[in-house]
Design a protein around this ligand. Structure first.
Ligand SMILES: Cc1cc2nc3c(=O)[nH]c(=O)nc-3n(C[C@H](O)[C@H](O)[C@H](O)COP(=O)(O)OP(=O)(O)OC[C@H]3O[C@@H](n4cnc5c(N)ncnc54)[C@H](O)[C@@H]3O)c2cc1C
Length: 398
């Protein structure tokens, strides 16, 4: 049998694309080596899937070509996906402005995607051993529980995701297929991932594990990001046993380059030393009180131990204020793909048509979702890219 499309990967992008194709009457096969479809969706958003962000804009994505995602994002909007979620009667709520989560479970979203692609054939526990060009189309060889099969199709859609969370089935298959067909790969790295401490910072802060605060993090040298604006994120910061986590950290990590320093504003918009500066009598007890009013108490005490303002003069208090807003830290690294929510980098957008996600030099070969060098910020943007890129490819396959 000749399929119209073989979709590699039954994740967010692959399932959505397969559904759109099958609903138009095309013969579609979806292949995945995992025992169940959409496993990453099930663990997303703490089990409730932050399935889109109503404020999605191209600025919420990293890519070597920041313009690439615009076309697909403009043609399949968050409102369209919300309409689909509503059609299935899935209740949802906004956690932060625009960030939509299921009220119940992410399983409802997987059920929606599976229902949408009821007309497609789904082969789970199936490895893809090779993909070759074959006349007008493609031949893929697969292995399902030891049984080999040959699948022929007019088009192949690669939706195998990134390298994050290998224990859920992430592999580099998509990059391998891209290289085989002559497409470039932007270097991949773990993104939306916690930082780890250098040994000296571990000794200073590790025992504060669990302390959380609102902070503003910025990159001292934004590395190879191509934004002219400084990279900065204000959100929750969490001290962990091994380093720093929390939304502000995950966001910054996507832009961080190994070895570069970050700056922490531990009390954004607050003047920590103001009560002390207003007083004639200044001492450690007063400083503890002032610092603790603006910061979690355990962190306030630790920072005072590490950097007490010498002599309590106006000058040393001002220097202390400055350092609370520009605390320098050079992470040892990140927690890597094992803990990363996404993989930055991937199939080069230079080699793909922005309108269709089809390879420029290989007709019928498409790359969608996270495997492409388009990486969203935290907040539902990665799923919106999965839906939008899937819709763009599906619209081009006939
Ligand atoms: C813990 C966590 C929480 C997240 N939370 C959110 C969130 O709330 N909101 C959001 O927008 N994004 C979130 N993300 C990111 C989001 O899950 C991904 O960006 C999205 O799933 C990417 O979709 P995809 O279809 O491209 O890839 P995936 O969903 O990863 O699907 C890829 C599929 O390909 C299959 N595959 C891979 N290699 C092979 C192979 N060799 N053979 C056969 N099959 C293969 C995999 O088994 C998988 O089913 C989260 C990620 C993680 C890890």
């Amino acid at each position: 049998m000749l399929y119209d499309a073989t979709v590699l990967g039954a994740g967010a992008a692959g399932l959505f694309c397969a559904g759109l194709l099958a609903q138009r009457g095309l013969r579609v096969l979806v292949v995945d080596h995992a025992p169940e479809a959409g496993r990453k969706i099930l663990i997303s958003g703490g089990g409730r899937a932050n399935f889109t962000n109503l404020h999605t804009q191209p600025e919420h994505f990293l890519s070597a070509n920041p313009n690439f995602a615009k076309s697909a994002l403009a043609r399949y909007t968050p409102q369209q996906f919300v309409a689909l979620v509503e059609r299935y009667g899935i209740a949802y709520h906004a956690k932060a402005p625009g960030q939509l989560f299921c009220d119940g479970s992410a399983r409802q979203l997987v059920a929606l995607l599976l229902a949408e692609c009821a007309g497609a054939e789904l082969r789970l526990r199936t490895e893809i051993t090779s993909v070759e060009r074959d006349g007008e189309g493609f031949t893929a060889r697969t292995r399902t529980e030891g049984r080999e099969a040959v699948v022929r199709s007019r088009n192949v859609v690669v939706a195998t995701g990134g390298l994050s969370i290998p224990k859920l089935g992430a592999t580099g298959l998509g990059y391998q297929v891209a290289r085989q067909f002559g497409l470039g790969i932007e270097p991949t790295r773990a993104a939306l991932v916690p930082f780890t401490f250098q040994p000296d910072d571990a000794a200073r802060f590790q025992d504060l594990s669990g302390v959380a605060l609102e902070a503003e993090l910025s990159l001292s040298s934004p590395g190879n990001n191509r934004r002219s604006q400084p990279v900065r994120f204000r959100d929750k910061l969490l001290i962990t046993h091994r380093g720093l986590s929390g939304p502000a950290v995950l966001q910054l990590s996507s832009y961080w380059q190994p070895g570069s320093a970050i700056a922490l504003d531990l009390a954004p918009g607050r003047e920590v030393t103001a009560p002390l500066l207003a007083r004639a009598h200044r001492d450690l007890a007063g400083a503890r009180e002032a610092w603790s009013a603006a910061l979690p108490r355990r962190l306030a005490e630790r920072l005072l131990e590490l950097a007490p303002p010498g002599g309590w003069s106006n000058e040393t208090l001002r220097a202390a204020e400055h350092s609370l807003h520009h605390w320098p830290l050079t992470p040892a690294g990140t927690e890597g793909y094992a803990k990363a929510e996404v993989t930055a980098g991937g199939v080069s957008t230079q080699d793909l048509h922005a309108h269709t996600l089809e390879a420029r030099r290989v007709a019928g070969l498409y790359f969608i979702g996270e495997v492409v060098d388009v990486t969203g910020h935290l907040g539902g943007f990665n799923f919106q890219w999965a839906w939008a890129s899937a819709a763009a490819a599906a619209g081009a396959i006939h």
